[in-house]
Design a protein around this ligand. Structure first.
Ligand SMILES: Nc1ncnc2c1ncn2[C@@H]1O[C@H](COP(=O)(O)OP(=O)(O)OP(=O)(O)O)[C@@H](O)[C@H]1O
Length: 634
């Protein structure tokens, strides 16, 4: 299930916990809400769960607005920091607990059993299953609707044609009449009017022909639609021939088929002729518009006009006849449609489909239905074992929670949350009660579990390392406001602003405010040039450098540095943390964190002088004020 939050505001009255928050989680994604204590992440999660009402905005699940839905109706599984297992119940009973509480689980089983009983009854009484009877009702409804829409479309076409052709022939008659009137003057002055009038006649004629063409095209498209419906019906409903006949009581099939073909042919022929006629008319109109024949006798013109008039009436009469024919054949076409559907079905249907069922078949059908009658206890057992396997806790089902490790208890809590097969899993700091080692292994397990089950998951944490390691996407919040939503490496490499840059990464980024970039684009730090930022010449900015992007002089690096001369610093504190040993150095009085290589430093000499190099392309430039957004990386 996908989740979308639109402009969420959560106002507790005395404080605004979440402000104008919009974010999207795609189906199957694991995202983290990350931020310091009080930033509004748990409040947001509770709003998604429906545990609190939002003051403004919308929450959409798969595009459906669930803002006002109760938590029970949101199809979610929730796991909190304190897993709150029932101490007096076994692991099995803890996981099964929601199933006993959940009306819909019981209802599903009851519904299934009721349906199975009806099926058995139906097989006993009718020799066929309820599903087949239902399907026959469905197909009846589908075809009825189609026939209705077909008839309506057909009537609309005929009506439209009659109306349009009447307007055109009225216009045409008017033009001819005007033409004749003008002739009566027999004066050269009116000759240009006369020719204008002729052009109008031709225009009307073309209009009418085009109109007929459109109508014929539409009729043809209706026939095409008929074909499409036929194959759709055959595909969707696996029907037997006699069941189909039973439903439609087909009559007069052979003659309908013949008429249907004759009409299709007639329509096709007419379309061809009309096309040609349009071309001739268009040419005529052009000729008459551009080359006025002054010498043609008025008598000749009258004759020409009369000929055209007669021809035009013939066209109309001919076409109207065709339309009428089509109208008469309508019921036969429909009957034929039904017949054709049967023919298609005949090919696709299992030959046993509609035979009177044999004794073996009867017994088999009844046995199948009986087997599918479920017992509540058995279903609970199956569901619990299924999730216990997923969370790898099957061997612990008989124990009490107190006999499990913290990590195992958390997995039981997850099993309990997913036993109802929710579409969304919401985890609120689920690992914070575990010790450091267990936290790492449990988060790896959650990631693997989520990838396997593909359940859309929102994971709340204040631990950036946890969020980085587990998430497809991280939403970083501060003081109720979303700062950035992006993939883990993107928030690390392209932090939207100083807050994100500082929050992501350990040890955190070194940040220095009010740094001058001079008119040559040199970044000046403690009177020394530490890099070049030509695009920010003559500006005061904030800069950020990650500890891992600073090297001690002497490190054998193949990388390029931003500074030309090593930066002089003095060691202040050396911290050996194993994997992430780092030291604090002082550059004059500014403290800078550096990841260090132990062999280059005498860790007993705190005042040791060292030189620093900064990797090129790793100096982050932030605006000095307001949101301190990222301006660039040099
Ligand atoms: N029921 C409440 N009534 C009033 N204010 C509340 C309530 N719950 C939370 N707040 C306030 O809303 C803000 C966000 O709290 P929230 O619990 O969502 O933060 P959080 O990011 O989850 O923090 P933590 O990691 O400490 O749980 C905080 O300022 C908090 O004081």
């Amino acid at each position: 299930m996908s989740i979308k939050l639109r402009n969420i505001l959560i106002d507790y009255g005395n404080s605004i916990a979440v402000e104008d928050l919009s974010l999207s989680v795609k189906e199957g994604e694991l995202v983290s809400l990350l931020g310091p204590s009080g930033c509004g992440k748990s409040t947001t999660l509770n709003a998604v769960a429906g545990l609190l009402q939002i003051s403004k905005g919308q929450i959409l699940f798969d595009g459906i607005d669930v803002t006002k839905r109760s938590p029970q109706k949101r199809n979610i599984g929730l796991v909190f920091q304190n897993y709150a297992l029932y101490p007096h119940l076994s692991v099995f009973q803890n996981i099964a607990f929601p199933l006993y509480q959940n009306g819909s689980f019981k209802r599903e089983i009851a519904k299934n059993n009721a349906l199975r009983s009806i099926e058995i009854k139906s097989i006993k009484n009718n020799g066929k299953s309820v599903a087949k009877i239902q399907a026959s009702q469905e197909i009846r409804a589908v075809l009825k609707a189609f026939v209705k829409s077909y008839e309506a479309k057909f009537d609309a076409i005929v009506e439209d044609f009659l109306l349009k052709s009447k307007t055109i022939s009225d216009k045409y008659a008017l033009a001819i009449y005007g033409d004749k009137e003008l002739n009566a003057f027999r004066s050269r002055i009116f000759i240009s009017w006369y020719d204008g009038s002729r052009a109008f006649i031709e225009k009307s004629r073309i209009e009418m022909l085009n109109n007929i063409k459109t109508i014929l095209d539409t009729s043809v498209s209706i026939f095409e639609e008929v074909e499409a419906v036929k194959s759709k019906v055959a595909k969707v409903f696996k029907f037997t021939v006699s069941q189909f006949k039973e439903v439609f009581e087909i009559r007069n099939i052979a003659s309908a088929e013949r008429r249907y073909k004759a009409i299709s042919d007639a329509v096709k022929t007419h379309r061809k002729t009309f096309f040609q006629e349009i071309k001739v008319s268009e040419r005529l109109a052009k000729l008459e518009g551009h080359h006025v024949n002054w010498n043609v006798s008025l008598k000749e013109r009258d004759q020409l006009i009369n000929e055209r008039e007669e021809q035009n009436q013939l066209w109309q009469a001919d076409f109207l006849k065709e339309v009428e024919k089509l109208s008469d054949e309508k019921p036969a076409i429909i009957a034929n449609l039904e017949q054709e559907i049967i023919a298609i079905l005949e090919k696709s249907i299992n030959s046993n489909g509609n035979q009177v069922i044999s004794k073996e078949e009867y017994d088999q059908l009844i046995a199948e239905q009986t087997k599918n009658i479920k017992s509540f206890r058995k279903e609970v057992r199956l569901a619990v074992h299924e999730v216990a396997e997923k969370v790898e806790i099957t061997s612990q089902l008989k124990k009490k929670p107190s006999e499990l490790s913290g990590g195992q208890q958390q997995r039981v809590a997850i099993a309990r949350a997913i036993v109802k097969k929710p579409k969304v899993l919401l985890l609120d700091e689920p690992l914070s009660n575990l010790d450091a080692k267990l936290r790492v292994s449990t988060r790896e397990w959650i990631k693997k579990f989520q990838k396997e089950t593909k359940i859309t998951t929102i994971f709340v944490t204040h631990d950036q390392e946890e969020a980085m390691s587990i998430s497809d996407k991280i939403f970083i919040m501060n003081k109720g406001v979303l700062q950035q939503g992006a993939a883990p490496m993107e928030v690390y490499e392209q932090p939207a602003n100083r807050f994100v840059a500082n929050f992501i990464g350990t040890p955190s980024m070194n940040i220095f405010e009010n740094i001058e970039i001079n008119s040559q684009g040199n970044i000046i730090f403690n009177s020394q040039i530490i890099g070049q930022a030509d695009q920010f010449k003559s500006q005061i900015v904030t800069i950020g450098i990650r500890p891992e992007h600073i090297e001690l002089v002497g490190t054998k690096s193949t990388l390029e540095y931003a500074n030309q001369e090593p930066i002089k610093a003095k060691i202040d504190v050396v911290e050996r943390l194993g994997r992430s040993d780092y030291l604090k150095v002082l550059i004059q009085n500014r403290e800078v964190r550096v990841i260090y290589d132990a062999k280059n430093v005498d860790s007993n000499n705190n005042n040791q002088e060292v030189g620093l190099n900064i990797l090129k392309g790793k100096i982050y430039i932030f605006a000095n004020e307001a949101e301190q957004e990222l301006l660039g990386i040099v």
